[in-house]
Design a protein around this ligand. Sequence first.
Ligand code: SF4
Length: 210
Amino acid sequence: MEYILDHPVAVSIGTEKYKCTVEWRNGKFIADEPEFTGGKDLGPDPYTLLLSSLGSCTLATLRMYIDRKGWDIPQIAVAVNMFFKQENEKRITVIDRDLNFISAVTDEQRERLTQIARVCPVSKILEGEIEVRTFAYASEDIEKTHRYTNGDVTVEWRPELCKHAARCATQLPQVFNPGAKPWINTDGATSKEIIEQVGRCPTGALRMAK
Ligand code: SF4
């Protein structure tokens, strides 16, 4: 399992309704709720963020394709909105995406670009199967750290950050074996191999002691 982002998007909220601080790899921004749901509209609401993701992914994908083709299409715009509909017992989300090429395009270009928009990475995510896994921990849990040493290097494992995706157990089973006690055997590989594997833990649950 490989996370797409090196650092997860980190969102926090205090007591001010409903101002959220969203931290991403290169900065921060505010998300909020509109006034009619009790927020102050200080930033985009969650639905807007979701649709922005689709809109910006669509345009970046189209721009890459247009540039590769060498087509003269200097500007593209997209408007995205959504609604819910009920079909029998099922609630279905319908997202409408309107592409506007602004300048003139041929029928062939329009058709091709529409196809490309449909397969942009975020489209594929939204139209594929999604599983949302939720893990919960409190800050004091993060402080719980187990240490395993071979005398040369010491591995630290913070169980509450471990998503049990088993990358370590799959890639270096002679060291990381969830069925054994202790589950980390630092004598099972060289210090170099252990350091490399610890660096591949996607959640930060594993780290080398300083
Ligand atoms: S320690 Fe890291 S790599 Fe190993 S199972 Fe937990 S999250 Fe995955």
